[in-house]
Design a protein around this ligand. Structure first.
Ligand SMILES: [Zn+2]
Length: 407
């Protein structure tokens, strides 16, 4: 396979998680008697532009079904993060009611509603119907589309150019990252700014966050890789911030190559940190599999020991991370009898492939486990706070990444 970005033949194997179902392919009770489709889940690194990427496989269109969607508004931490961002960027770019803000993958309007409330004109672009409808109900203008160069051309032809384009946790999910980035470049005003937030590859490797790997997550990004991607589309990065979200993210500020924005010292600082960490060294990528395997083994050992000791275990958070972890570790309901999740749409369904039932969080109080394994470790403090009453009665919280730990 050739690199999706620079077309170099991909020779560095980063991670092989075997075969896995699409991470959002939750099963209804009647689906349990049907065959399930799984796809190879392999990740390769490019030795030229350092883009880490999932291997291509057939029928990728099947992954984007409309039956279930993540609603960003279910996380209070994420809502606060979005509100803080809107306040900061409005001040920094001096946005006002003559400005135009575009968010790609605007989800349920959790972020743009802040601009609506501030009377700053905005537009969300969101392919998933259920979340787009929720945003419209909040008064957020939304177009139900996938963003790319084709859609960008329609916007430009309609005279729509943006002072600010926002892409939070969408950039890594775009199959054709060059087409997407060219689209962004064409919609930006002369001095317009794009901000992308994405999990930082450096943290993924450092913290062995291999459970953030799933098919819909096509790219694992560093600033090094972003520079190549941006350059190919006529953009440049002029600032970057490190964020604690999703286990350690970057927020990259981009603009047209010809724009007036001066480059801040942070750009060079992060690039230097990436190089000294080893992101230009093939060995850094090639040794990741054994680190991931050690995390997986630690979880399996913990669950086997808990079972042997007669301790009860449950999981919390039926999201993509948990699916990757359960499936790679081969965990089934004998070791993890159920997981709880607050999202109504998932309750009563089953995790794909592992067939672990998803139950209402109240189950934890009726049937209190000795250990609660928090699968989305990035929001563990939030989940622990909500479930403090369990801890008061003796339940111990556990996270599996970057290593198995009873908190
Ligand atoms: Zn490449």
């Amino acid at each position: 396979m050739k690199c999706r970005q620079c077309k170099t033949e991909l020779e560095i194997e980063f991670l092989d998680l075997g075969n896995a179902p699409p991470s959002n392919a939750y099963l209804r009770p009647e689906d349990l008697r049907k065959p399930e489709v799984t796809y190879p889940l392999r990740v390769l690194a490019c030795s030229h532009c350092w883009l880490v990427q999932t291997e291509d496989y057939a029928d990728s269109g099947e992954l984007f079904t409309d039956t279930y969607a993540y609603f960003s508004s279910t996380s209070q931490g994420w809502l606060n993060h979005a509100a803080d961002y809107c306040e900061m960027i409005t001040e920094r770019l001096q946005l006002n009611n003559d400005s135009f803000v575009v968010e790609i993958a605007s989800n349920d309007g959790y972020l743009l509603k802040n601009f609506v409330n501030a009377d700053i004109p905005c537009l969300g672009i969101e392919p998933t119907k259920s979340t787009a409808m929720a945003a419209k109900a909040l008064g957020v203008p939304v177009r139900q589309e996938f963003f790319g160069e084709g859609f960008a051309r329609q916007m430009v032809n309609a005279g729509e150019r943006a002072d600010l384009i926002i892409g939070n946790n969408v950039y890594a999910h775009v199959p054709d990252i060059n087409d997407f980035t060219r689209g962004v470049a064409s919609v930006l005003k002369e001095n317009g700014v794009v901000t992308f937030e994405f999990p930082h590859l450096l943290r993924l490797i450092e913290q062995t966050q291999f459970d953030t790997v799933y098919h819909e997550h096509f790219s694992y990004l560093s600033l090094l890789a972003i520079q190549s991607i941006f350059a190919a589309a006529g953009l440049r990065a002029f600032d970057v911030e490190q964020l604690p979200t999703h286990g350690g993210s970057l927020r990259v500020y981009g603009c047209l190559e010809t724009a007036a924005h001066a480059e801040t010292p942070e750009v060079l600082r992060i690039l230097t940190a990436e190089v000294s960490f080893g992101l230009k060294n093939p060995e850094t990528y090639a040794t990741f599999q054994s680190k991931a395997d050690a995390v997986k083994d630690g979880l399996v050992r913990f669950l086997l020991d808990a079972k042997a000791d007669g301790k009860s275990v449950a999981g919390y958070g039926a999201a993509a991370k948990g699916n990757t972890l359960m499936n790679y570790a081969g965990i089934r309901p004998d070791l993890m009898p159920f997981v709880c999740d607050a999202a109504d749409a998932k309750i009563g369904q089953y995790l794909p492939a592992s067939h672990i039932p998803i139950l209402h969080p109240s189950t934890l109080y009726e049937n209190r486990p000795d250990y609660l394994v928090i699968l989305p470790w990035n929001i563990a403090p939030e989940i622990m706070k909500v479930n403090q009453a369990l801890a008061d009665k003796g339940t111990k919280f556990v996270v599996a990444v970057p290593e198995i730990k009873v908190i």
